[in-house]
Design a protein around this ligand. Structure first.
Ligand code: NAD
Length: 427
């Protein structure tokens, strides 16, 4: 029996995305799972969902309430792992989908984690630092019953950063009565964070792009690259691509879209964003329209902003050879089909942006052993894990003549469902 998103009574049927996209991806992989497909419904039912009220006193003395979530999609292979998002559009269906993609990503990379995600529906730009600290601490206390170094380990995502993780670690530690560094990853180095974590996702995007380029005969050096989203993921990836000899010819963030066919000076663009908060007003490139942005001729397109950006309409117009998904869920399933027909290769999120959670795994291991590695060692281990996963997924895709996304989902779902089967159902 096929169960769609509508069968979960707590979801608003009028707003099915992006959980519906995740379900569709699972449905597409089910026929490839052999006897394990018997367990497929497991992946369509998040294990645990916690919705919390986060009340705080604002700086002006008024009281505000925010809605917070922590979703543990699947814990068959280990503790939950996934970021915390602060964004005004955060909703339960989004957090569920993001948690589901974490289950797939962690299994595809062979990391010993399940999948989880959290978030608060809030615009952090409208809050003072003191308000953000109160919101983060109250949220952490509220979800404290389900997180922990052995239970579920949050990390940064859109709108959160290492300061957020420092407050979360401190709040959790105060509540349990001892310092528990391993409860979150993406922490400042001084609190048990890992070298290379902040760069891990962007670096992994570049490794995935390079591996795809080697197989497709599209070298990074000399390639023209377009990047959507110029934050932690897009900003780092753009910088590393440029250092590898590529030309970043267009960038988009939430407030501006700019292009420069001669190549954008990325350190200058990063300095502008650090000083002004966005690309708006950056003189090193010309403003371009939203419409034009999606049809710029390039070798690589890197969506690194939010989900649902590559729509069918945009997929028909894009003029790129390879898409490497820095963001989670940027391509809708219908757009995926169009890109496939148009021979545009998509390196999916669950592989391409897995560098962040891989270095988070290193951070968690280092915290447990209280023994910290050099940045060279971290980057070398990241390369090795990503290349191994890339090779296995690529080979499955070639052998079975499937998309890279379907191949990644096959490998991941087989691992998750084999664990489910071997553990058996309790009672
Ligand atoms: P971020 O907040 O640091 O940056 C997000 C960027 O996207 C900003 O430049 C913002 O201006 C831009 N943006 C927001 N809305 C936009 C829109 N409508 N159009 C164009 N640009 C827009 O966030 P991040 O950590 O870089 O995360 C970006 C994506 O990568 C998310 O999908 C996230 O889930 C995913 N991701 C992040 C990590 C990580 O380690 N941070 C790991 C894996 C995946």
């Amino acid at each position: 029996m096929t169960i769609n998103h509508g069968s979960l009574s707590y979801l608003d049927p009028a707003r099915p995305e992006p959980w519906a996209s995740f379900i569709e991806q699972i449905d597409r992989v089910a026929p490839h799972l052999g006897h394990l497909s018997r367990w497929i419904e497991t992946l369509k039912h998040p294990k645990r969902i916690l919705v919390v009220d986060v009340p705080i006193v604002r700086d002006d003395g008024t009281i505000a309430h925010y809605e917070g979530y922590r979703v543990q999609h699947n814990l068959s292979r280990g503790p939950g792992k996934g970021g915390v998002r602060f964004h005004p559009a955060v909703a339960l269906n989004e957090v569920m989908a993001l948690a589901g993609w974490m289950t797939i990503k962690n299994a595809a990379l062979g990391l010993p984690y399940g999948g989880a995600k959290g978030g608060i529906r809030i615009d952090p730009r409208t809050c003072s630092q003191a308000e953000l600290e109160r919101i983060t601490r109250r949220y952490t206390s509220e979800i404290g019953i389900v997180i922990g170094p052995d239970k579920d380990i949050p990390a940064p995502d859109v709108g959160t950063n290492e300061q957020t993780m420092a407050w979360m670690m401190d709040t959790y530690s105060m509540n349990v009565g001892h310092t528990a560094s391993g409860v979150v990853t993406g922490k400042p180095i001084a609190l048990g964070g890992s070298l290379g974590r902040q760069e891990g996702t962007g670096r992994g995007v570049c490794i995935a792009a390079r591996e795809a380029g080697i197989r497709m005969g599209v070298p990074i050096s000399g390639a023209r690259i377009v990047v959507q989203g110029f934050g932690n993921v897009g900003g780092v990836a753009a910088r590393i691509f440029r250092e590898s000899g590529a030309k970043i010819i267009a960038l988009q963030d939430a407030e501006a879209t700019v292009a420069n066919p001669a190549g954008i000076d990325i350190p200058a663009a990063l300095a502008h964003v650090a000083a002004h908060g966005s690309l708006s007003g950056f003189f090193g490139a010309e403003p371009v329209s939203e419409d034009d942005f999606w049809q710029i001729d390039c070798e690589y397109f890197i969506p690194a902003a939010l989900e649902g950006q590559v729509t069918p309409e945009r997929a028909r117009r894009m003029r790129t050879k390879i898409i490497v998904e820095g963001a989670n869920g940027p391509t809708t399933p219908a757009a995926d089909d169009i890109l496939h027909e148009r021979n545009i290769l998509v390196i999916p999120d669950v592989l391409a942006n897995a560098g962040g959670v891989t270095v988070s795994y290193f951070e968690w291991v280092q915290d447990f052993s209280s023994f910290f590695w050099s940045e060279e060692e971290i980057n070398a281990r990241l390369e090795s894990i990503m290349i191994k996963a890339f090779d296995a997924i690529w080979q499955t895709a070639q052998e079975r003549r499937l998309s890279i996304r379907t191949a990644a989902f096959i490998i991941a779902c087989q691992r998750v469902l084999a664990a489910r089967e071997q553990r058996g159902l309790y009672p």
